[in-house]
Design a protein around this ligand. Sequence first.
Ligand SMILES: Cc1cc2nc3c(=O)[nH]c(=O)nc-3n(C[C@H](O)[C@H](O)[C@H](O)COP(=O)(O)OP(=O)(O)OC[C@H]3O[C@@H](n4cnc5c(N)ncnc54)[C@H](O)[C@@H]3O)c2cc1C
Length: 398
Amino acid sequence: MATALRIGVVGGSIAGCAAAVAGSRAGADVTVYERSGAELQDRGFGIVIPPPLHRELVGSGYLDARMETAPVATRVWLTREPGGRSTRELARHSSPVTPCNWGLLWRSLRASAGAVRYLRGLPVTSVRETADGRAVITTAGGEETYDLVVGADGHASRTRQLLAPGLSPEPAGYPVWRGAIPLGALAGHPRELELLRGAWVTLGFPGGHGIFYLIPGGGPCHGPGDRLLAYAIYGRPPASWDTDADPGPYVRELAREHFPAAWAEIVARGTHRTTACHPVADVQVPRAARSPLLLAGDAAGVSRPHTASGAVKALQDALCLERVLREGPTVGAALERYADERTAAGAHLLELGRRMGRAQVDETPDWAAMGQGQVDAWFRGVLAGTRHYLYARPAPGG
Ligand SMILES: Cc1cc2nc3c(=O)[nH]c(=O)nc-3n(C[C@H](O)[C@H](O)[C@H](O)COP(=O)(O)OP(=O)(O)OC[C@H]3O[C@@H](n4cnc5c(N)ncnc54)[C@H](O)[C@@H]3O)c2cc1C
């Protein structure tokens, strides 16, 4: 079916590049429009994906097997010793993940999209449907008509409005600070470095938590020595906090106040390679496709980053898109199946993200009073009978 299909993709980030790979693998003629004129690979954040998805993407040609990753198999929960500054381990459980460097992931998808027309620095100004069931993309360069338009324009998507007019993200009421620090920040902290070489870490504090894990550095020297420490810290800043200010000083202050001394020192050290403060919000379209339009990645829905699933969802959206296009028999039928599968997946993540946010930010437990059994029981409550890759296996003895 897809042999003569023309696909236009709005947005050339993770979801857009993955959709471009999907379309071209299904035999379509794909054009990607990316607003940014800069190299997206410079966004050097950490992204965690499930190992089976990584294997599937490598096996099916979406990712290069040589793309560096930093897999670990365990999750460790830490907090500050009450009344002191030392670190207390609450729990650990089996949680195999494949941490990636955002830039390397994007670069690998972009390379796999190879022959597609990728138009950088060209914002899409509008998308409209035609009477014969196709869609027109307008840019400063003119108009082009497509059989299918994929909206992959991120959390503030404008193409989302075509499928869900008036729908807007619902703020969670707290932000996340995200960054990456050169490994040198761990100098003098061999215990923490050793821990991070085998595990990803959640550090609980009153009113929030921080996530820490190693990612490939993305520099010229590949291998286990080339690593960055990626972090995401969730909490509620004081009302007086200036959302436009450099987030670095506040992150350091938060760490000084709540983290064990070693972790506060690690955060305080080093030049943070990338630092950003993202407002956390929830949004999910009621239906992710209606021919000739389809939404992918954050454009279709944003779940809270506690789920570590936005990029995962974008990649799964692409795998689904390729499959439904191959199965056909028409674009309309293919998009109906896509909408059935991917809307349900997005809705599940949205709810799980809300529960995680409530448990890990809004109503944080008394971390210091918890041990292995309590953490397991508490998290089983958050999962509420659902499954998620970060909690794929029960804790030892759980
Ligand atoms: C702190 C934090 C941690 C996270 N950790 C993880 C994790 O561990 N695992 C995971 O799976 N996910 C994670 N995520 C989520 C993940 O980063 C996002 O879900 C994912 O990157 C979204 O990709 P996207 O391509 O849909 O959107 P984006 O990356 O936002 O890309 C949208 C693109 O569209 C372009 N665009 C927008 N408008 C136009 C236009 N009009 N014309 C042309 N181009 C346009 C933009 O320039 C941009 O390049 C995390 C998110 C945060 C905030």
